[in-house]
Design a protein around this ligand. Structure first.
Ligand code: ADP
Ligand code: MG
Length: 508
């Protein structure tokens, strides 16, 4: 039993306030089973429960409060101190002796670097170094027996085998409590040993699956334990004064309202949002192409594990917002990026977020104003920020203080992205359809809007979308060829006058 009064079988809150975790069976969980299996395959040789935060937090209830989190932090600290002491004793005990005895099995917190490493939560995935690798089994000489004459002992000797089997239990995963069989001269028959081993393996697989499910899924209303810990740390460090509640749970993110505190002696805005990128990887898989073909992130993408890729999304949103801010486009300001959590200025007032454009009931004049603002923002985004929103619609535009604010730009790409112009065409379709439906007579057709935003002069045949799309694809293809041929990362589409890209002035 540890300081929190937990036993290894029954992890519980000391205050008993949390309901028992219910096995979830939402679609995302079922999907993450698949992922768990895949990751398990990859990490088969490297048992996953090597990080103390992980082992501490896994298997816990999904509901929490800061007292519990605080207790966990204290527990972690205590465990670490115990381990340091144990290590000292181990060194003292072994001294200079050639044969050393390991106290490994008595450690509570498993290998921990003790630092506030930014990588702490994923390192177990990357570490190819398994501290619990079983020792090589003792080999019986080839001849199959030892000793001489009457004292021959074969490898089938029951007593010897039994003892060996008992010793082998030491190689079971550290969370399996094997007791001191050797001290008691316990002899395990092969049959018993095999079934113990089998049980041990299936338990490990089961716990890895559960663990993965918990760690990789961000539940509908809440976030996973590690994210909660990160959020808690922001509050305990004073960066945030408090976290109030959830504004939105989308497919890719959960957004919380919070009150800012101080960060490096600078005040964080009074009202902020925490955009937590979901660690449910499935959702992001569909969106890989927004990031893996983005030359800015391409190299890093290929080298990262899925969890780190989620962080890349947050980082990408931060960079895109910075460009937008520079161009003077109304959008949230970034206060802080911490792993997969982005702290942004709040668009709204007194805890009430600004409504999405789709939820507003604007009069004709305001709607017209909004339309022209959107048009201008799209042009600025394309021409000044060199960006295409790629998910622009009435859902990602907020109406605040008489103007439209653009949000949700984690997927935004540069126009030179292999599908950048197609994404822009989709944005134009959403914008034009929305404003036309809302009765803005001035709203251009999707084709006119596309040409107006890009400054291109593609041939328009209102009846023939396929023809327009074919022109877009041809442009993208030429751009790709250009990039390959010239080894350039970008083609300056934004300043392009419409002539074929390969003959663009910039080439000469
Ligand atoms: P998702 O990728 O999940 O759609 P969004 O960035 O669009 O994430 O955020 C989801 C919702 O959260 C938005 O529709 C909006 O209502 C709210 N929201 C996001 N950012 C802010 C912000 N800075 N201020 C106020 N509300 C916000
Ligand atoms: Mg959105």
């Amino acid at each position: 039993m540890d300081q929190l009064g937990r036993t290894s079988e029954t992890p519980k809150s000391p205050w008993g306030g949390c309901p028992p975790a219910m096995p979830s069976c939402s679609l995302s969980d079922v999907m993450s089973e698949e992922l768990a299996r895949q990751l398990e395959e990859e990490n088969k040789a490297f048992p996953s429960l090597t990080n103390p935060e992980v082992s501490l937090l896994s298997g816990e209830e999904t509901d929490t409060n800061s007292d519990l989190m605080l207790a966990r932090l204290l527990q972690m600290q205590y465990d670490r101190e115990c381990d340091t002491q144990l290590r000292r004793e181990e060194r003292k005990y072994n001294g200079e002796s050639k044969v050393s005895i390991s106290f490994e099995n008595y450690r509570t917190a498993h290998p921990y670097d003790g630092s506030e490493s930014s990588e702490d939560e994923v390192d177990w995935q990357d570490t190819r170094d398994d501290p619990y690798k079983p020792d090589k089994p003792q080999v019986t000489p080839r001849k199959g027996f030892t000793g001489k004459g009457k004292n021959i002992t074969t490898k089938h000797d029951e007593v010897l085998c039994g003892r060996k089997n008992t010793a082998r239990m030491d190689n079971f995963a550290p969370e399996v409590l094997v007791g001191d069989g050797l001290g008691m001269d316990l002899k395990l028959s092969n049959q018993v040993f095999n079934s113990l081993k089998q049980h041990c393996h299936s338990e490990q697989r089961r716990s890895a699956r559960l663990h993965d499910k918990k760690e990789h899924s961000t539940a509908e209303q809440a976030v996973d334990p590690r994210t909660r810990l990160l959020m808690y740390k922001m509050v305990s460090a004073g960066t945030l004064e408090r976290i109030n509640g959830c504004i939105s749970t989308g497919k890719e993110s959960v957004v919380f309202h919070a009150n800012g505190g101080m960060l490096e002696e600078q005040p964080v805005p009074e009202e902020v949002v925490l955009k937590v990128f979901k660690t449910t990887l499935n959702e992001f898989k569909n969106r890989d192409r927004y990031i893996k073909d983005d030359y800015r992130f391409k190299d890093r993408f290929s080298k990262l594990n899925p969890r780190k890729i989620i962080r890349l999304w947050a980082e990408k949103e931060m960079h895109n917002l910075a460009r937008m801010k520079k161009a003077g486009i109304p959008c949230p300001e970034v206060a802080l990026l911490r792993k997969h959590i982005l702290v942004l200025s709040f668009i709204g007032k007194d805890h009430v977020p600004a409504p999405k454009l789709k939820d507003t009931m604007l009069g004709a004049a305001d709607m017209k104003t909004a339309y022209y603002q959107v048009l201008q923002m799209m042009q600025q985004l394309y021409q000044e920020c060199n960006l295409v929103h790629a998910d622009l619609s009435e859902y990602n535009m907020l109406w605040h203080q008489g103007q439209v604010w653009l949000i949700d730009v984690s997927q935004s790409v540069e126009p030179s992205h292999p599908h950048g112009l197609q994404f822009l065409f989709r944005d134009c379709t959403n914008v034009s359809t929305f404003f036309q439906k809302r009765g803005v007579a001035e709203a251009m057709s999707v084709y006119e809007l596309f040409n107006c935003v890009t400054g291109l002069d593609l041939t328009i045949n209102e009846e023939d979308e396929a023809e327009f799309l074919a022109q877009i694809e041809a442009l993208e293809k030429r751009n790709e060829d250009h990039v390959q041929k010239r080894g350039k990362k970008t083609f300056p589409l934004s300043s392009w006058d419409g002539s074929p890209p390969l003959k663009h002035a910039a080439d000469d």
